[in-house]
Write a protein that binds this ligand. Structure first.
Ligand code: ATP
Ligand code: MG
Ligand code: MG
Length: 383
């Protein structure tokens, strides 16, 4: 641990900020490429940061000059730039992994070669109504129309309930490269955080995620009412999917649990992930700790990934008023066992992730009872 390598981070949003919290505790210097006052920079005072966009080649080159190893808090980065600088600095995970993963269609094509179960999907070549109608006849309605690229928080998804929705769907995703996915009639959504190290692939336990309007709202860790078998199978599926990619670091894997208890992969992210925030309070090593350790080849005792105490995480989203999210945080101050994280992102837009709250308790039922008043408050304010 004598003068550890300097890490360069593409993107300084909330994920970068929480990564910085971990880096700070281990005296790891992290230089961030993002706008001047990005959340991650606000908690790290030094002159090594780079002002610019993580999509801009010149800024990326500049960041690469300042560090020994590059990593990213977001998959929508310039992977050709990363490929270029990879002759001079390490890039973890590999730019190859990020390039495949950032295009959700490419990701599916790649993963299908590794026998990862996924909902059936079809590429659109012309983005025409006739084409989507034919796909609908084949896959059935409803189906999910998805943008291949630049997708996050459901901005890039359109649920096409019947043929009548086709024009509106194509209009909403106009100009974007598209594919369509067969509807997954899931009884629950699950997620597993996976850590890829120089030695192998580790996983955190299986958690349950609840999405509202395609945005993650709640995470229950561990997932409620699933058997040990499903917990194990979901972790196995997640590890197998991540093992298919090159490089080290944390990957977030989202899955659907169907009525017959089979699992389908929804998508994976080549980075620390919203569904892993619970690890900060619930596990000895958080996803941010293990990401840094994985890319720097530091030890990760597997027991440190276990859940010490059940946890529920609630996202604090921007609401109808500019300060809706602050009212939620204020209310959370009085909730017992609640850890509040505010991201200091500036203006709140409806649905923008502004912070989160994690409640831990000795059982998940107890945690549910403790957090329920806050959920009721959120459901009241954000309507
Ligand atoms: P993220 O913010 O996680 O990156 P995203 O914009 O990439 O999200 P997805 O993860 O593909 O979008 O989908 C978001 C949500 O939409 C899923 O969590 C799920 O609730 C719903 N969804 C996606 N695909 C399907 C499907 N094939 N069938 C049913 N629901 C789906
Ligand atoms: Mg996504
Ligand atoms: Mg997703």
């Amino acid at each position: 641990m004598h003068s550890p390598p300097i890490v360069g981070l593409l993107g300084g949003g909330q994920l970068g900020r929480m990564l910085m919290e971990s880096a700070n505790r281990l005296n790891i210097r992290m230089n961030v490429l993002d706008t001047e006052n990005a959340p991650a920079k606000q908690i790290s005072a030094h002159d090594g940061h780079v002002t610019g966009s993580f999509k801009d080649r010149a800024s990326l080159r500049k960041l690469a000059e300042t560090c020994d190893i590059l990593t990213a808090e977001i998959e929508h980065v310039d992977t050709y730039g990363l490929e270029e600088v990879s002759s001079k600095v390490k890039v973890e995970p590999s730019w190859k992994a990020i390039r495949i993963i950032q295009d959700k269609f490419h990701q599916k094509e790649y993963l299908s070669k590794f026998n990862i179960p996924m909902a059936e999907y079809r590429e659109l070549h012309k983005n025409s109504a006739e084409e989507l109608k034919a796909i609908g006849e084949e896959l059935g309605f409803p189906l999910m129309l998805k943008s291949k690229t630049q997708a996050y928080d459901g901005r890039g998804n359109y649920s096409v309930k019947s043929q009548a929705d086709i024009p509106a769907a194509l209009e909403a995703l106009n100009g974007r490269p598209l594919y369509a996915e067969k509807w997954a009639h899931f009884k629950m959504e699950l997620a597993v955080m996976v850590v890829k190290t120089k030695d192998g692939v580790l996983s955190y336990p299986t958690v349950e995620t609840v999405q509202e309007n395609s945005i993650c709202k709640l995470v229950y860790a561990p997932a409620r009412n699933i058997s040990d078998t499903i917990n194990r199978k979901a972790q196995e599926l997640a590890r197998n999917a991540v093992a298919a990619f090159e490089g080290k670091g944390v990957f977030g894997v989202e899955m659907f649990l169907l009525e017959d208890d089979s699992l389908l992969l929804c998508e994976l992210a080549s980075r620390i992930h919203n569904s892993g925030h619970y690890t900060i309070e619930a596990c000895a090593l958080s996803q941010f700790d293990t990401h840094l350790r994985a890319i720097l080849d530091l030890p990760i005792p597997p027991q440190s990934l276990e859940i010490r105490e059940p946890a529920i995480m609630l996202n604090i989203l921007g609401g109808s008023a500019p300060d809706s999210h602050l009212k939620i945080a204020e209310r959370a101050l009085s909730i017992p066992n609640a850890s509040i994280h505010l991201y200091s992102k500036g203006d709140a837009r409806p649905g923008r992730k502004m912070g989160h709250v994690t409640v831990t308790a000795s059982t998940i039922q107890e945690a549910e009872a403790i957090i329920q008043p806050l959920i009721d408050f959120v459901d009241g304010t954000q309507r």
